[in-house]
Design a protein around this ligand. Structure first.
Ligand code: ZN
Length: 332
C-alpha cells in the first residue's frame, strides 16, 4: 500500500546507506583537496573507502586502534592508543567543520546519507563509521544546476583564529554574534575618538611650539597614520561583512596555511542562532581539473570574490555565488 507513495517520490539511489556515506566522504575529500592531508584524514579516508566498497554487505565499518595504526602508520613507534588519541581529537573537530560540505556533496550526488565517525569506549576502544541520514529541505530537492562550463564550490569550515585558546573556535563557527558585533563596534568607536583626539592634540602642540620639526614629531605623526590605517581597515572589513554577508578573511585573522578563507555572517534562521564562520571554498576546474580557490576580485573584478584555478590563475577565472555555491567562467 505504501509502495505507491514511495515510488512517486524523488529518485532514490539503489546503493546502500553505508555505500552512499563512503562515496560522499571520498568525493568530499577529493574536492576539497584533503585526501593526503594528514594521518587523521587518512584514518577517515580508509574507513570511507571500505564503506564505499563493502557498504552493501555491512551495516557499519568498525576498527580497533591497533588495526588502524597498522594500516595508516605501521612504522610509528608510539603505542596504538597514544598514536590515535590526538588524531581522534582532530577528527572530532573536523567532523563538525566538515558537516555542511559533506551535506552539500551528498545532495549534489543525489545521495541521502553522510558518514559519521564514532568512538566506542571500552577496552580496546573501537572506531565506527556509520551512515547518517541527510535532512532534506524544500530548497534541496531542486539544487541549482552547475552552469555550462562553470563550477560548483564545496565549503569546508576551517579553525577560527584563537582556536588554540578556545576549543569552541576549533569548528570554525562562532555562535552568539550580537555580543561580538557590539564589542567590535564599541572598539571601533573608541578607536575613532582616540584618533580624533590625538590628531587634535598633535596639531595644537605642533602649533604652540616654535621649535623646528623634530624626529619625535615625525615619528608621532607616522605612528598616528599607521594606527588610523589599521582602524580604517578593521572598520571597512566589519562594514563590508555586515553589508554583504561575506568577505575574504584578512591574513591576520587566519593561520597562514589556511589561505583563501572567507569569513561569513550566517544570519539567524528559525531556531538557529546567527554565527560567524570561517569557510574555505574549493572547486575542480572544468578546463584542466586543477583546484579553484577564492581570491579578491582586485581592480579587474572590483567588489567581487572570484575563483581562480591554481594552474592558470589569470585566465581560468570563475564567478562565485555565495548563496548558490556555483560559478560561471568569467573569460570568453
Ligand atoms: Zn584550470
Amino acid at each position: 500500500m505504501k509502495s505507491d507513495l514511495q515510488s512517486s517520490n524523488l529518485h532514490v539511489p539503489s546503493e546502500s546507506a553505508l555505500t552512499q556515506a563512503g562515496k560522499v566522504a571520498l568525493t568530499f575529500l577529493e574536492e576539497t583537496g584533503q585526501t593526503e592531508r594528514n594521518q587523521a584524514v587518512q584514518v577517515f579516508r580508509h574507513m570511507a573507502q571500505i564503506a564505499a566498497e563493502r557498504g552493501h554487505e555491512l551495516s557499519n565499518i568498525e576498527f580497533e586502534t591497533v588495526a588502524l595504526k597498522e594500516i595508516v602508520a605501521a612504522n610509528t613507534l608510539k603505542g596504538a592508543s597514544a598514536w590515535m588519541s590526538p588524531l581522534w581529537k582532530q577528527l572530532e573537530d573536523r567532523q563538525e567543520s566538515w558537516g555542511p560540505g559533506l551535506r552539500s556533496t551528498a545532495i549534489q550526488m543525489g545521495y541521502r546519507f553522510t558518514p559519521k565517525l564514532r568512538k566506542l569506549h571500552g577496552s580496546p576502544a573501537k572506531y565506527q563509521l556509520t551512515a547518517d541520514p541527510v535532512e532534506i529541505d524544500a530548497g534541496d530537492r531542486h539544487p541549482t544546476p552547475t552552469p555550462d562550463g562553470g563550477i560548483r564550490y564545496t565549503p569546508a569550515a576551517v579553525a577560527a583564529p584563537g582556536a588554540v585558546i578556545s576549543a569552541g573556535l576549533r569548528g570554525g563557527v562562532v555562535r552568539h554574534t550580537l555580543p561580538l558585533i557590539v564589542s567590535t563596534s564599541v572598539f571601533v568607536t573608541v578607536a575613532v575618538f582616540l584618533l580624533l583626539f590625538s590628531a587634535w592634540w598633535l596639531v595644537v602642540t605642533g602649533l604652540r611650539s616654535n621649535s623646528p620639526l623634530s624626529t619625535a614629531h615625525v615619528s608621532y605623526t607616522v605612528m598616528w597614520c599607521f594606527v588610523s590605517w589599521v582602524v580604517w581597515r578593521v572598520f571597512k572589513f566589519m562594514s563590508e561583512l555586515a553589508e554583504l554577508g561575506i568577505v575574504l578573511a584578512p591574513e591576520f585573522l587566519v593561520p597562514f596555511k589556511e589561505d583563501h578563507v572567507t569569513l561569513e555572517l550566517q544570519p539567524r534562521d528559525g531556531n538557529k542562532t546567527g554565527a560567524f564562520a570561517f569557510v574555505r571554498y574549493t572547486a575542480t576546474c572544468p578546463q584542466c581539473k586543477g583546484r579553484v580557490l577564492l581570491h579578491d576580485g582586485g581592480e579587474e573584478f572590483k567588489g567581487r570574490i572570484v575563483g581562480r584555478c591554481g594552474n592558470s590563475p589569470r585566465e581560468q577565472v570563475f564567478s562565485f555565488d555565495q548563496r548558490l555555491h556555483v560559478g560561471r567562467p568569467m573569460r570568453g
